[in-house]
Design a protein around this ligand. Sequence first.
Ligand SMILES: Nc1nc2c(ncn2[C@@H]2O[C@H](COP(=O)(O)OP(=O)(O)OP(=O)(O)O)[C@@H](O)[C@H]2O)c(=O)[nH]1
Ligand SMILES: [Mg+2]
Length: 202
Amino acid sequence: MTINVTEFYSNQKVEDCPKTKCPEYAFIGRSNVGKSSLINTILQHNIARTSSKPGKTQLINHIIIDHEWALVDLPGYGYAKTSKTNRKKMLEMTRTYFTKRGITLCGVFMLIDIRIPPQKSDLDWMEWLVENNIYFIRVFTKCDGISISKTQGYIAKYNQIMKTNNWAKIPETIITSSSKKIGHQEILNTILKLNKLFQNIC
Ligand SMILES: Nc1nc2c(ncn2[C@@H]2O[C@H](COP(=O)(O)OP(=O)(O)OP(=O)(O)O)[C@@H](O)[C@H]2O)c(=O)[nH]1
Ligand SMILES: [Mg+2]
């Protein structure tokens, strides 16, 4: 399948974001979790800016594909090396995007770094998405350099923590690695399926 990036927009305010009618999918997670890298892997296009230093993505970036659907690259949270004011501003910008974007926001990919212990901030974000009725899929990133059994063990531990935190149902989950090109097709298939559902209801 050929993917053509037809438009790209960067905005600070949700009200300035493009007024498209196409379904869009946002990527959220801690700074440095690999959001921009995963977007590039899915699109096979180096469009989202990445960095080994956290805090690279600072705006709401709409990447429109074939004028039909869009991926949204967002700033990460938990980036300690920026001022408290800037962190607050970015958090507010992101939350406002989620609550005000409307029907075109079809789903969220909630990224979690498999290499670090489960973080309260990620669990809090997932709870916040549920509370705000925003559909999300849990995506483990950087699943390279560790064995499949270790990956599964980590996810089992993560699920246990979620159950202890009163999660009745474990979210749908995709395992990915941008460097080893794992999981991007599964994400793309999920998007294409959701695009069809969107067409049926809108
Ligand atoms: N090993 C490994 N490294 C990765 C992977 N994906 C991203 N990285 C690295 O992680 C770092 C951060 O990647 P980004 O894609 O910029 O992360 P981000 O979540 O967009 O970060 P912010 O924009 O700061 O929120 C870079 O050094 C990437 O090369 C992966 O699948 N495996
Ligand atoms: Mg980024």
